[in-house]
Design a protein around this ligand. Structure first.
Ligand code: T3D
Length: 263
């Protein structure tokens, strides 16, 4: 499939997906959903991919749903937003969460509506200091979707989740980092180098182990302690038979840097 709304490449173990509708702050239309889905399928199915980065072109990260795609003037037939979520946003969030590699989100500018929650669905979120997070839904009579009602209370607690969701107020990248909504906030000029360094690190990391860490931490959201201990046992058993575990221990013992293959 050729892409018109995203930029996509896989090179040296790094998959790069850039939302590319800058004049609409990279908001999602139907075509962009189809392209992003296709790209995420390719990342999932490409064994050479060891890490993925999601970012936006231009001054914004993503402003959620393209509202100019919604014919909802008084008198018009209503749009079935449930259908939109089922076909587009839900599969997108599930795909991001279940990719068997780390997904880094480089938030280069405003992340609003579903755009904010797509960022939160990624494993590590690094934002430029000028970026911001806006649960814009309340301002148009909707609820936070794309996992917003799931991620927000877990990341920042009930009180802050409720405040962000009910007001739709802008949260600066600095505050987002201080509140624990995201991993880091960096100066604008540092976003690219900091993200690139992390991508290099993950592209050489024991990928199966990182995928299992992601699986275990996600499962912990709903597991009892005993269920989680069982999962840790099962994942550790599988990883103990991996090439990268053997390489990690061999390299440690030989006091040399490890050469992980992702297998
Ligand atoms: O519908 C469904 O399928 C259900 C699922 C819904 C998921 C959702 O995401 S609902 C929430 C949708 N998003 C929003 O409500 C955010 C709307 N945008 C804004 O509030 C503001 O644009 C921002 C706060 C994000 C940024 O403000 P600012 O002042 O930096 O930029 P701007 O001037 O508002 O926007 C720049 C351009 O992008 C502008 O176009 P123009 O005037 O230059 O031709 C603006 O219209 C356009 N734009 C921004 N966001 C959207 C958009 N165009 C279409 N859809 C957008 N969401």
């Amino acid at each position: 499939m050729s892409y018109e709304n995203i930029l996509f490449s896989i090179d040296a173990g790094i998959a790069r997906l850039t939302l590319n509708r800058p004049d609409r702050l990279n908001s999602f239309n139907e075509a962009m959903h189809v392209e992003v889905r296709d790209a995420l399928d390719r990342v999932r199915d490409e064994p050479a991919a060891r890490v993925m980065v999601l970012t936006g072109a231009g001054r914004g990260f993503c402003a959620g749903q393209d509202l100019s795609d919604r014919a909802v003037a008084p008198g018009e037939e209503p749009v079935d937003l449930g259908d939109s979520i089922e076909r587009n946003y839900k599969p997108l969030i599930v795909a991001l969460r279940s990719l068997p590699l780390p997904v880094v989100c480089a938030v280069n500018g405003v992340a609003a509506g579903a755009g904010a929650n797509i960022a939160l669905a990624c494993d590590i979120v690094i934002a430029a200091r000028s970026a911001s997070f806006i649960q814009a839904f309340a301002k148009i009579g909707l609820i936070p979707d794309s996992g917003g009602t799931y991620f927000l209370p877990r990341l920042v607690g009930a009180a802050r989740a409720m405040g962000l969701a009910l007001t739709g107020d802008k949260l600066s990248a600095d505050d987002a980092a201080q509140w624990g909504l995201i991993w880091r906030c960096v100066d604008d000029g540092q976003l690219q180098p900091v993200v690139d360094k992390l991508l290099e690190q993950f592209a050489r990391a024991p990928t199966r182990g990182l995928a299992a860490i992601k699986e275990a931490l996600q499962a912990a959201e709903g597991n009892t302690l005993v269920e989680q201990l069982d999962l840790e046992r099962d994942l550790q058993r599988v990883l103990g038979a991996s090439d990268d575990y053997r390489e990690g221990v061999a390299a440690f013992t030989a006091k040399r840097p490890p050469l992980f293959t992702g297998r």
